[in-house]
Unconditional design. Structure first.
Length: 138
């Protein structure tokens, strides 16, 4: 026979576990959705709109593989693609080293002067070679 305090505790634990699983599932789904969106934006920048459909098809294929694949295979795929992303980021950082240096110098100058202008127009005026928009292109 259960004591008086155990029954409400187990009921509360069961109720919380269902909500916790729901929250984690929702978080995982929205994270995957946002990452697909980020990938689409990157594909558009890299190759235009013609790369969006192949990217979406590849994403759907990986979603299916992820839902039915063996866990060890999935972790190995994740490790591989995470490494590819890290290498790509390092290459881009190397290629943008001048712009990154300009941003760091601008930040340090603003830090020393104490002048912070929160508008994007101020940032565009501070380092015009980093900003490509309608006003600077004309």
């Amino acid at each position: 026979m259960l004591s008086y305090g155990v029954v409400p505790y187990t009921t509360l634990l069961n109720a919380l576990s269902g909500r916790t699983v729901s929250i984690i599932t929702f978080f995982a789904f929205t994270t995957a959705l946002v990452n697909v969106y980020y990938g689409e934006v990157c594909m558009t920048v890299l190759g235009g709109k013609k790369l969006i459909l192949p990217y979406r098809l590849l994403g759907c294929a990986f979603a299916i593989i992820g839902s039915v694949g063996a866990l060890s295979v999935l972790w190995n795929l994740f490790d591989f693609f995470f490494g590819v992303c890290a290498v790509c980021n390092l290459v881009v950082c190397f290629l943008m080293r001048k712009q990154i240096g300009a941003l760091i110098n601008d930040y340090l100058a603003r830090l020393k002067s104490g002048k912070w202008e929160p508008t994007s127009e101020a940032a565009a005026n501070a380092i015009p070679e980093l900003w490509v928009n309608d006003k600077t292109a004309k």
